[in-house]
Design a protein around this ligand. Structure first.
Ligand code: F3S
Length: 62
């Protein structure tokens, strides 16, 4: 599974970093994905992060 953050949409609320720190981190006040492939054990929390993002900036891409 892979995931993307649209930096132009992200408001920097940090919810995704709190929900799934294995995948997301903050960079210049925007969330960034710092893994190429989401580790299997982080897939559920990553999906939760995508759902919880208030502006829907997180997309699961495959
Ligand atoms: Fe940005 Fe959404 Fe995360 S607004 S910081 S991608 S929860």
């Amino acid at each position: 599974m892979k995931v993307k953050v649209s930096a132009d949409i992200c408001t920097g609320c940090t919810l995704c970093v709190q929900a799934c720190p294995e995948v997301f981190s903050m960079k210049d006040d925007k969330a960034a994905v710092y893994v190429n492939v989401v580790p299997e054990e982080a897939e559920e929390s990553c999906r939760n992060a995508a759902q919880e993002c208030p502006v829907e900036a997180i997309k699961i891409v495959e």
